[in-house]
Design a protein around this ligand. Structure first.
Ligand code: CA
Length: 275
């Protein structure tokens, strides 16, 4: 079913765990993001996301999951100011992606990726129409009681970016947090076909908090933030000690570029004393 992914994610955010916002259960492509106000990130503010500009690494950017060479690419942008970026293609048959992801999870290299198979309208069988393309950072420590700004540069249609909170570090292996993909992997190991008939959970729930940032929606590079709403991973879930950033393009099928993922501490302004 098309758009299942967003519905499942949003349902999870409101029903299963403490979320920092009540996102409406709304099928369809994500809404365009809001441009970050100028000066949101104070000069010299430390970016807590290692390699958030994707400039360093060997074969794949350090501090992030492996690119697959089919739906995710570590590429040099046309704009030299951006240097290296992550380029996504959601116009890939999900069946082909799952076949290749199983090999990536076993150590295959993006350099050996298969040629993309043709896709046909209405493309509901692509990653765009089904599970989307997830791209996870490694674990980033956060401090109790603190608030954070998340900003990200996107060129392309709207996407979702999640900040996901965990009490403990867990596996960062390829697809470790993608429940639907893990079902496929387990099915292949046991020789049984996974049950794809029921409404699957797309993401494993070994995290306890998540907050969403809508980003993208422009043919040129723009920086997006959640206007006036810093992320507070420990306000409702004080046992959260780590977050991961998950970049998540899905519908429409096509190309997306992402760069400069920044998570910075936000100092709450001292408000008026209330009685
Ligand atoms: Ca860059």
């Amino acid at each position: 079913m098309i758009f299942r992914t967003a519905a499942v994610l949003l349902a999870g955010a409101t029903a299963v765990m403490a979320a920092d916002e009540k996102a409406p259960l709304r099928p369809g492509a994500p809404r365009p993001g809001e441009e970050a106000p100028r000066g949101l990130n104070k000069p010299g503010a430390r970016n807590l996301v290692p390699n958030g500009d994707f400039e360093t690494g060997t074969g794949s950017p350090g501090g992030w999951q492996a690119v697959d060479g089919l739906s995710t690419f570590w590429a040099r942008d046309d704009d030299p100011a951006h240097g290296k970026v992550i380029r996504f293609d959601t116009d890939v048959l999900q069946s082909q992606a799952y076949d290749w992801w199983a090999k990536i999870a076993s150590g295959a290299s993006a350099a050996d990726a298969p040629r993309k198979q043709p896709t046909v309208e209405p493309k509901y069988d692509t990653l765009a129409g089904l599970d989307g393309v997830w791209f996870w950072s490694d674990f980033i420590p956060v401090e109790k009681g603190k608030s954070y700004w998340l900003t990200v540069d996107v060129k392309g249609p709207p996407i979702l970016v999640w900040l996901v909170g965990y009490p403990e570090k867990a596996s960062t292996s390829f697809g470790a947090d993608a429940a639907a993909f893990q079902e496929v992997l387990a099915g292949r190991r046991s020789g049984r076909a996974p049950d794809t008939s029921r409404k699957r959970e797309v993401f494993v729930h070994n995290y306890v908090w998540k907050g969403q940032l809508a980003a993208g929606g422009s043919t040129g590079w723009k920086t997006y933030s959640r206007r006036g709403k810093p992320f507070r991973p420990t306000s409702v879930t004080p046992h959260v000690r780590y977050v991961r950033v998950m970049i998540y393009p899905f519908w429409p099928p096509g190309a997306y570029s992402v760069d400069n993922v920044r998570l910075t501490e936000y100092e709450e302004p001292a408000g008026p004393v209330s009685k």
